[in-house]
Design a protein. Structure first.
Length: 701
């Protein structure tokens, strides 16, 4: 006679696949969450992603989505596990085991399975993140900034997630144990999750809601600010809720009705019926997978958007070198540069240099009031602007410009965008004599070499002479452009960059965002200038290769060869973080798809067995399998990738109300990324299909 312990052991062995699947799901969820949180809290990453910046907000948003996806996935895996395990519980109860006796056994088994798998997953998270990071360093770029450091605070996220996993498992265990009808417990795994019939317009309404939610969420903040003159509150993000409702309706319509009309209502009835009767969890899983795939696309699209724009800007420069420097710095003199080039066997060509002046500009600023409210106020000393005369600008660029007296032009990029320009100024001020000149904005000049966070402007020769009269040297700077005959080389570019740094005085490097005019205005009002208190970016000449230095040093030269070769090193941490997001989100999505398909195969074994007995051919059975698995993979992939692709299009258009040639090229690269993702998803789908065939003992047709 077998003891109760032996019976339990035999039941577990018979249900071993279910145990393995549950342990695997917990392990993967905790590993991915730990890996992501380790990167989120890593000092290496946080140093590069500025606090309050868009990049950090984007990374955090995707992290929240990934966490939600893993929570849903883990709870689903636990529910599936106990549905299968209910047969064990029911069998033990039928053999006379009381709930009181089963409770401690079930509790200890649940805690052991969930806890150990979660702990092992947590332990594997950091090594997993480290391996991906080191692979990137080995295959793509390696630099001092890429030395990955972990902050153990990230384990609090894993601990909270682990507690959630255990709590969900224990609650579900006692829920199934609390059933009183033994037959119901035994047959729990055969119960279906049918979806009620829905209208045929559900899918169309879902698309409308999704698009309306995306537009409302994206533009809601700016509309709120323009109406109420206040910064948008956090709850404004609730405008995105229709996106998820619409997405759910689209997936629901896909599962229940499909998107193609069937003239013969009996065609595909078996696959459609299986999907309908188990549709609730299928739709829930598809929703999570769609969001994760969209997150993966978001992370991956960031790379060509950043890299493509940078490469096109660098290649499109009319000069190989551009230096900006204080007026007393002589490093970029023609004589010095010619001598340095000669040492490398190179010749300077098309050398041009000039000086320009820095003036104070008035402008409209948003002044914070109590709460989120603000008001717009015109301030006399709003920001500093760097001004050329029309003749100086023509000398440097070869572009002939006409500037009327009392007018100023802003220099924008090659597409005519001047995002950082002050177009509301009515006064420019000589910061030495405090003499003022009335001006008005006259438009934008296209010249990408001078576009960026530092605003450049052009005055008429007459106005320039008036504004520059009596200006002290600290407000005058020089600029040099030149090319290299017969091709440049990296060694010369690098030595020139380091020589330029050595020529600077011993003062701390000036940051691009540091505005001396704004500081003067703040002091006049008795305030402390924020740039003197902000700790976001502190630069040092001791780290000239750091991404912080190369992005934020005010006098950072534009050197084509250097920028082309060092791009990956400069933005490596940025790129690695967003690549990591893409990897984590895509892995999570594929694992959920695989798990759901294997669940479909296990739950419908008896259906396929009946079909075999009725004489169904392997070709027919394979067709039904493809129909089931195909929707689980294809629908979230198509919706998620299309949704994010359209969102990027909207973002590009919303920036300046047009799509530039560079943006169109970047979107073309993103489309190639979509195709690569589709190929990966299809490959995993084929592997999953093979596993389903093996599970159901169906031969390949």
């Amino acid at each position: 006679m077998m003891t109760m312990r032996e019976i339990q052991k035999k039941l577990r062995k018979n249900n071993s696949k279910n145990y393995t699947l549950y342990v695997f799901c917990n392990f993967i969820s905790l590993m991915l969450i730990t890996a992501y949180s380790a990167m989120m809290f890593s000092p290496t990453v946080l140093k590069v992603l500025p606090e309050g910046g868009d990049s950090r907000k984007q990374v955090t948003a995707i992290f929240v989505l990934a966490c939600v996806g893993c929570v849903v996935f883990t709870i689903y895996a636990a529910g599936l596990f106990f549905r299968k395990k209910s047969k064990e519980i029911g069998t033990m109860m039928a053999l006379g085991a009381s709930k009181k006796r089963l409770r401690p056994i079930l509790l200890s088994e649940t805690v052991m399975l969930s806890g150990l798998s979660s702990l092992v997953g947590t332990a594997a998270g950091m090594p997993f993140a480290w391996l991906i990071w080191q692979g990137f360093r080995l295959l793509v770029v390696n630099s001092k900034e890429m030395n990955l450091a972990f902050d153990m605070k990230c384990l609090w996220v894993s601990a909270a997630f682990l507690a959630l996993v255990l709590a969900a498992a224990v609650v579900l265990a006692f829920r199934y144990l609390g059933r009183t009808n033994v037959l119901d417990v035994i047959h729990e795994e055969h119960k279906n999750e049918a979806i009620r019939p829905i209208g045929k317009k559900c899918g169309i309404l879902g698309i409308v809601l999704l698009l309306a939610g995306a537009v409302a969420g994206y533009f809601g903040g700016s509309i709120y600010e323009s109406i109420f003159k206040a910064y948008a509150p956090v709850w404004i993000n609730l405008l995105y809720v229709p996106v998820f409702i619409g997405l759910y309706m689209i997936l629901l319509h896909t599962v229940v009705n499909g998107w193609t009309a069937h003239k013969n209502r009996y065609k595909g009835i078996i696959s459609r019926s299986m999907m309908k009767f188990q549709g609730k969890q299928t739709v829930n899983n598809m929703l999570v997978v769609t969001v994760l795939i969209a997150g993966a696309c978001f992370g991956m699209f960031y790379l060509p958007m950043m890299g493509g724009s940078q490469i096109m800007e660098t290649n499109g420069r009319p000069y190989d070198y551009s230096f900006r420097y204080p007026a007393d710095n002589t490093f970029a003199s023609e004589k010095n540069l010619t001598e340095l080039a000669a040492k490398e066997g190179l010749s300077i060509d098309d050398y041009r240099n000039t000086s320009y002046i820095t003036l104070g500009m008035d402008g409209e600023e948003e002044i914070e009031d109590s709460g989120n409210n603000y008001h717009v106020e015109r301030r006399e000393f709003s920001n500093e602007g760097r001004f050329f005369s029309a003749s100086q600008f023509r000398h440097m660029t070869g572009e002939k410009v006409t500037v009327s007296k009392g007018q100023y032009l802003a220099v924008g990029d090659n597409d005519g965008n001047a995002l950082y320009a002050n177009d509301t100024a009515t006064l420019v001020t000589n910061m030495t004599t405090k003499e003022q000149l009335k001006v008005k904005f006259g438009g934008v000049i296209k010249y990408g070499m001078l576009s960026g966070e530092m605003g450049y402007y052009v005055l008429s020769d007459e106005d320039y002479a008036k504004a520059a009269k009596g200006l002290a040297g600290q407000w005058i700077e020089g600029m040099t452009f030149f090319n290299i005959k017969s091709g440049d080389n990296y060694q010369f570019a690098d030595s020139l960059y380091r020589g330029f740094i050595d020529s600077m005085d011993d003062k701390a490097p000036l940051q691009t965002y540091y505005d001396r005019v704004a500081k003067y205005g703040a002091e006049q009002r008795g305030e402390v200038y924020w740039g003197d208190t902000d700790e976001m970016t502190k630069l040092s000449f001791d780290h000239p290769d750091s991404s912080e230095f190369r992005q934020f040093w005010a006098y950072m030269p534009k050197i084509r060869t250097l920028d082309q070769n060092d791009f990956m090193r400069t933005f490596a941490v940025f790129m690695m973080m967003f690549l990591f997001i893409a990897i984590i989100c895509m892995l999570s999505a594929l694992i959920i798809c695989y798990t759901r398909c294997m669940t479909i195969a296990i739950n419908n074994r008896y259906v396929f067995d009946d079909l075999k007995r009725l004489g169904a051919s392997p070709k027919f059975l394979n067709k039904e399998l493809r129909s089931q698995a195909g929707k689980v993979f294809s629908v979230p992939a198509i919706v998620g990738m299309a949704m994010m692709y359209l969102l990027y299009f909207m973002m590009m258009y919303a920036n300046d109300s047009k799509l530039t040639s560079g943006e169109l090229v970047n979107m073309g690269i993103c489309f190639i990324v979509v195709l690569l993702f589709a190929a990966v998803i299809y490959g995993v789908y084929r592997v999953t299909l093979s596993k389903m065939r093996k599970q159901l003992a169906i031969t390949k047709a």
